[in-house]
Write a protein that binds this ligand. Sequence first.
Ligand code: URA
Length: 442
Amino acid sequence: MRMYDLIEKKRDGRALLAEEISYMVEGYVQGSIPDYQMAAMLMAIYWRGMTDEELAALTDRMAHSGDTVDLSEIPGVKVDKHSTGGVGDKTTLIACPIAAACGVKIAKMSGRGLGHTGGTVDKLESIPGYRTSLDRREFLETVKKCGISVIGQSGNLAPADKKMYALRDVTATVESIPLIAASIMSKKLAAGSDCILLDVKTGSGAFMKTPKEAAQLAEKMIAIGRHAGKRVAALITDMDIPLGNCIGNALEVWEAVKTLRGKGPQDLTSLCLELAAQMIRLAGEDSLEICRKKAGEALKSGEALKTLQSMITAQGGDRRVTEMEQMPKAPFMREVKALESGYITHMDTHQCGMAACVLGAGREKKEDRIDPLAGIVLRKKTGDQVEKGDILAVLYTSREETLAAAENRFRAAVVIGGERKERKPLILARVDRETTWYQGEK
Ligand code: URA
């Protein structure tokens, strides 16, 4: 077999066979296939796409290119959740403890922030002492004891994805639905859960800009998961507006805890309850109505907060972060006030995320250090009325010199107009076993 022939085949729009895909993935990981040939193949896939059979084979080979996690010794159904990334998205810290408090087992490997989007591992590392790196035994024992453990991705999980992602990043081939689907699902399959709930974000703060693209990605990922024998469902959710009011690592942990206390923002609370209900449903046979009820009770009774507390303690974190009434505050802050009166008609959520990165909440370069206290607290969001001089948001940082640039970015992201604009529904569609239900249909 020759990589040259495979590139030519894909370039001409013909489907690759499973054994050709194995040859390509194995050769690339081992180094016998060079970057330039894989780059040409990725570009051919970008233009020609992949059949469901090709995609299943590619994902399977990528998932088995390194370590896989065996969760079989944990009794019960293990459910994973994946968000395609957004701004202010702290749902893992809320929805997963709610589902775990209802008996779902969660052994989750999360990622770091990528571009303008935040990452759960960075958020958890803002908790003093919390260890995001556990060995296999400790990881499994934590799930057995607490019902949940959230750690960073182990070094050798899906190395084919790691290498291909780095190459895609510099060859303009990230934005390909089959390649994104294979990348995400290879890591989820290697992580070993029985069921996977996907939260596919769409809008100005998401990688998928339209609900149509998000539904296409969801359908591809669901097809891959089912082919691998997993139960998979997806929600398509709005990321045209930051989720909740806090953006930034320690701020988001604080807002997650507040939400688990029943005092969180309405958008964040309702999305997390729905995500948790979907996870409970995937794990069992109860109707969605019953799962929603169970999720609501776990939140109301405080069991979900206790579950988060037990995980934080088991992983060495300072439990006091879950008892703080006051928001953690960085040494420097700046209020951003409205320069005119009207209604907020749009928030460029990508730019809101970038403003938080400028303050230190995200990385510009791989080696940059996160400022855990940096971030933004939103006081107004799309649809809200503002008077000139009202505080739109408060910026926080440990690096005073970042405030001016962050303020400029944030201001540029917020559009104030004369007419009130309704907020979009947060949950736009649910892609279930065989069907896509659009908002309001069911
Ligand atoms: N996240 C991933 O893990 N992979 C992609 O390709 C895009 C987003």
